[in-house]
Design a protein around this ligand. Sequence first.
Ligand code: UDP
Length: 309
Amino acid sequence: MGSVCAARLLENGHQVTVVDDLSTGHADAVPPGATFVRADIAEAAGDLLAEGYDGVLHFAAKSLVGESMEDPHKYWQGNVVTSLRLLEAVREHGTPRLVFSSTAATYGEPDVVPIPEDAPARPTNTYGATKLAIDHAISSYATAHGLGAVSLRYFNVAGAHGSFGERHAVETHLIPIVLQVALGKREQVQMYGTDWPTEDGTCVRDYIHVTDLADAHLLALENARPGEHRIYNLGNGTGFSVQQVIETCREVTGHPIPAAVAPRRAGDPATLVAASDRAREELSWKPKLADLSVIVRDAWEFTRAREQS
Ligand code: UDP
């Protein structure tokens, strides 16, 4: 997300400084034209923001549901404590705007699908709980200090933007894993549970193209208003089961992609699908690449290009 947003900001005439400790990121994912500072955001934010910035887009986080259940300290420290230090730097230097990467995981198991922003936030995993805690902190800072803030609740980000795509040292996300099977790098994909209360028994998610998500960040920056903390869901409003995703990957890649049944993964809600009407109405956001086969196609092109390079 960070690399694609930085690229889109530059394309739109902004000046961009990227701060990343490269604990999970890659220096070559910083787009040409951006200044790169290799540092922990909690350490670097004070000095950097003293230089005077119009806004901060805060993507840095630990973001794996399974890991968050096994190592909660990594998430409370890495997400909440780090974000509080960033918020303090924002306050101290009067940075006017903040756009924060929140998540569908803040909602937990929903009562109503598609999920609106005013649905109860009852996260089922530590990752979602830490992101929700940061959302609450941002609201307090907006009220008390006049910060103009927007939290974007991402549903399942996928696809790729040219040479920027998903590159995790240990891959846990569904679409990249399925594409590794298509590439011959894994023998099969494991479906985490086929006994969920969904139509085919596998979990349902709302997949959204990374380019569409990046465009929402630019709109959020433009629409941030002092003293307000707005929250927007970003998804396409259509749910696809794990089985349907695998089937789409088979169609796009032409590979058989063997799949096996595995136990449920701790912390997973059965269904997460977004109601994004608020972002469409208030930000005039309109996803352009909503078709799952387009999302998979772009991820597949990226995966194959990296394999050949
Ligand atoms: N999933 C799966 N097998 C995998 C990886 C993921 O069945 O190898 C499922 C996972 O349980 C979830 C969905 O695919 O229901 C999407 O998972 P992902 O990790 O991509 O995103 P998340 O929903 O956790 O943000």
